[in-house]
Design a protein. Structure first.
Lengths: 163, 286
C-alpha cells in the first residue's frame, strides 16, 4: 500500500498540465476533422492514470498522449466517432509495449512503429496491431534480433509463415 | 538533520528520470522510478551524514533538496575515487595466503564493483556480495559507503598479517584447518586467536607450556568480561610490538573479534572443543 501511495504521488505530478496539453492539440487536429471536448480529454486523462497503474509505470512531465494525437490524427482510419476510443486504445497499447519491449525503445521509436504498422499491414485494426504485430515486434526486441525495425523483413517473415 | 518531504524530493526524481531516459521516454517502470528515488535519497543522506560527521553545532539553514542532492552526489563520486585509490594500493602488496575466496574478493570483486558502480542512477547498489567476512561483520550500509568500509577493513587486516612471517601464518592456518584455502572464514581471525590464546596462557599462568588444558584452566580464573578486557589489552600489546603503520586503526579493527572469541572459548571450555576454536601452535609468540 505504501508503494502504491508513493507511486500515486508520482503519477499525480503532471495531472493538470495533461488536460491543457491534450486540449491544445485541437488547434492542429481540427484540420483533419477530429477534435476533443473537455469531457473527452478528461476521459483520456483518467484512462491514462488507469493504464499507468495497471502497467506499473510512472510518467513525468507532458506524457505520451499529445505525441500519439499528433501521430494519428491524420489517419484515414480515425474519424470523430471513433477518435476518443481509438486514442484510449492506442495509449493502452503504448504503455503495454513499452513494458513488453523492456524499455529498449524510445517513445518516438515505438510511436513511429505503431503508426507505420497501423496504416500498413494492420489496415487500421488496433486488435491486429496489439495482438500480432507488436507482439512479434516485442518478442524480437527481447531476443535482441537484428532488423526488427525493418517492415520489409517483417513482411518477409510473415510470408514465410503462410507458405 | 533536515527532513525533506516527498513533495520536495519528487521534482529532483523527475529531473533525474529525464536524465536517465535522455528525455527520450516520458514514462519509466515502477522499479526504475523506485531505483531513482533511492538514488536521490542516498545522495541527500550522504550530504546530511557529512554535515553530521563534521560536527556542526549550529543548525544550518535548510538548503534546497536539489542542492543537497548535488553536494551528496559529489561526495559519492569522491568516495568512489577513494575506493579506487585504496584498491590500487591494496592490490600491489596483497597476500591472500592461498585462500581462494580472499583472493577473488580483492582481485576480482572489488575491481568489478568499480567497473559496474553507477553513482548517478544507482548509488545505493552494493553490487558485490563481499563474500570474504571481515572481523565484526555487522556493519550496515549500502553502495559505496559499505564498500569503502570493507576495503579499509581489508587494508588494516593486511597490515596486521603482513607484519607476521608468512610461514608462521600458513602454519597456524594449516594447523586449524588443512583445507583453509577453500574456506570462507576470516584469515586474520585464526592468526589473531592463536596469538591471543598463547599470549593469554603465558601471561596468566606460571607455566611455560601453552596447551589447551592450560588455556582451559586460565580461562576459569576469570569471568567473561574480565577475559574480554584482558584480550583487548593483549591486542594493544601485540600491535605495538609489530611493524604496523596505522596502529590505532588496526587495534580497533582486531578488537572487533574479542567478544565472539571469548564467547566461543567459554563454549569450548564447557564442551571440551577448544581445538575447534583456536589453534595453539608449538611455537608461540616470543
Amino acid at each position: 500500500m505504501e508503494k502504491e501511495e508513493k507511486m500515486d504521488w508520482l503519477a499525480l505530478l503532471g495531472g493538470e498540465n495533461q488536460l491543457a496539453m491534450v486540449m491544445d492539440t485541437n488547434q492542429y487536429t481540427k484540420q483533419f476533422g477530429v477534435v476533443l471536448s473537455n469531457e473527452d480529454a478528461e476521459i483520456l486523462c483518467q484512462s491514462r492514470k488507469r493504464n499507468l497503474r495497471e502497467e506499473e509505470r510512472v510518467e513525468f512531465g507532458g506524457g505520451i498522449l499529445p505525441k500519439l494525437i499528433f501521430a494519428f490524427c491524420d489517419s484515414p482510419y480515425l474519424y470523430q466517432d471513433n477518435y476518443v476510443e481509438s486514442l484510449e486504445r492506442l495509449q493502452e497499447i503504448f504503455y503495454l509495449y513499452k513494458n513488453e519491449s523492456l524499455d529498449e525503445l524510445t517513445d518516438d521509436e515505438l510511436v513511429e512503429y505503431m503508426c507505420r504498422e497501423f496504416h500498413g499491414i494492420c489496415q487500421g485494426s488496433l486488435d491486429y496491431l496489439e495482438d500480432t504485430v507488436l507482439e512479434n515486434f516485442a518478442r524480437n526486441i527481447r531476443c535482441n534480433a537484428q532488423g526488427f525495425m525493418s517492415t520489409k523483413n517483417y513482411q518477409l517473415s510473415q510470408m514465410e509463415e503462410t507458405e | 538533520m533536515i527532513d525533506y518531504k516527498m513533495e520536495e524530493l519528487i521534482p529532483v526524481v523527475a529531473w533525474l528520470t529525464s536524465k536517465y531516459t535522455s528525455n527520450e521516454s516520458t514514462s519509466v517502470s515502477y522499479n526504475t522510478a523506485k531505483q531513482l528515488m533511492g538514488a536521490v535519497m542516498y545522495c541527500v543522506e550522504e550530504y546530511q551524514n557529512d554535515d553530521k560527521a563534521q560536527g556542526t553545532l549550529v543548525e544550518k539553514e535548510a538548503i534546497e533538496v536539489r542542492q543537497a542532492y548535488h553536494i551528496g552526489y559529489e561526495k559519492v563520486v569522491q568516495k568512489v575515487g577513494e575506493v579506487r585509490e585504496k584498491s590500487n594500493r591494496l592490490i600491489e602488496h596483497f597476500n591472500a595466503f592461498g585462500n581462494e575466496n580472499y583472493y577473488e574478493v580483492v582481485a576480482k570483486a572489488i575491481p568489478g564493483f568499480l567497473t559496474l558502480y553507477d553513482p548517478r542512477f544507482y548509488p545505493q547498489n552494493t553490487i558485490i556480495t563481499m563474500d570474504y567476512p571481515l572481523l565484526g561483520s555487522t556493519r550496515t550500509g549500502q553502495g559505496v559507503d559499505i564498500i569503502l568500509e570493507y576495503i579499509k577493513g581489508i587494508g588494516f587486516e593486511q597490515e596486521f598479517l603482513q607484519s607476521i612471517p608468512v610461514n608462521y601464518i600458513t602454519m597456524v592456518l594449516d594447523g586449524l584447518d588443512p583445507d583453509y584455502k577453500n574456506q570462507f572464514y576470516n584469515i586474520a581471525r585464526v592468526v589473531l586467536r592463536n596469538f591471543l590464546a598463547i599470549g593469554f596462557t603465558k601471561k596468566y599462568t606460571a607455566m611455560k607450556e601453552t596447551n589447551y588444558e592450560v588455556l582451559n584452566n586460565a580461562l576459569k580464573t576469570m569471568n567473561p568480561q574480565e577475559t574480554v578486557d584482558v584480550f583487548n589489552q593483549l591486542v594493544c600489546e601485540l600491535v605495538a610490538s609489530l611493524e604496523v603503520v596505522h596502529k590505532e586503526e588496526v587495534i580497533s579493527y582486531l578488537q572487533y573479534e574479542i567478544s565472539d572469541f571469548v564467547a566461543e572459548l567459554e563454549n569450548g571450555c564447557v564442551n571440551d572443543s577448544l581445538r575447534q576454536v583456536v589453534y595453539m601452535s608449538e611455537y608461540g609468540v616470543k
